[in-house]
Ligand binder design. Sequence first.
Ligand code: C2E
Ligand code: MG
Ligand code: MG
Ligand code: MG
Length: 284
Amino acid sequence: EAKKKRNRLVVYTKAMDAALAHRRDIEKALLEALLTREGLSCHYQPMIRSADGKVVGLEALARWRHPTLGVVSPVQFIAVAEETGLIGQLGEWVLRTACARVAKLDDLFVAVNVSAVQLRDDGFADMVMRVLLETRLPPKRLELEITETAIVNADGAAVQLLRRLRRTGVRISLDDFGTGYSSLTLLKDLAVDKVKIDRSFVQNATQAGDSAAIVRAVSNLGAALGLCVVAEGVETEQQRAFLSEAGCDELQGFLFSPAVPEDRIERIIGPYPVPAPVPAYSAG
Ligand code: C2E
Ligand code: MG
Ligand code: MG
Ligand code: MG
């Protein structure tokens, strides 16, 4: 019995060792990738105005393919970057790359994800302004996506920093909305411009359950506060119809396009016309 237990412990430890070693490999490789810029890229996903199907902006999403580790998910490498202090470098690189790319397009805005760790850096707002000047992108065409959880945990300095950026015209968008615990007053105080309803609610909105009610409530709240409401993770026409009807201003998801490499942007900037409503019954 004792021996059995010991064996189990050994197996467990080995699994942990392997996980830890894999993580160290990722850390080392990510640092290399940031130094050489090899394997890192920025992909773009369109954001569609629900009223007419016009593409109004693009979200920049970091991608990383390593020669031996393969494709590493951003969820994984962003976490590693946050823990190792590389997120500042990575975030600045994504921002500069995305602003430079979108500055070449007419009118479209670019949405760039910002980690909570970046908001703790006093130099963040200056860095953003520097990048905008260098890439000649007007501030009003940049949107910074901050997760609801990051905002809830942000300290006074971080909130001040966001206010400062907002005064220059940069827009602030609350990402993954509904998964954190922000209050309605917080939303009003923070002076954000947009809320992005989390994919989990969007995908359940056309199923039985509470999601439809939540989506409607967030839409109404957003409208009342003068915010732009976005739905992420839209995959079906049924969801699109529901979300438009519920009052979401913008839509994003695989129904329109996944994120694509920069050389394919021209192919995904739509338009994505609103389908004609299907008649409920027509006797002819
Ligand atoms: P996010 O900012 O909420 O981005 C949306 C994620 O949902 C993206 O995953 C996107 O590819 C995916 N998505 C979009 N439409 C659909 C859909 O219709 N169905 C489904 N199933 N998924 C959809 P991705 O690219 O894997 O990124 C995951 C997360 O990693 C992002 O979530 C964001 O939090 C983070 N991330 C990505 N790039 C960056 C970055 O440059 N900086 C920071 N700080 N975080 C990043
Ligand atoms: Mg985002
Ligand atoms: Mg999101
Ligand atoms: Mg999300």
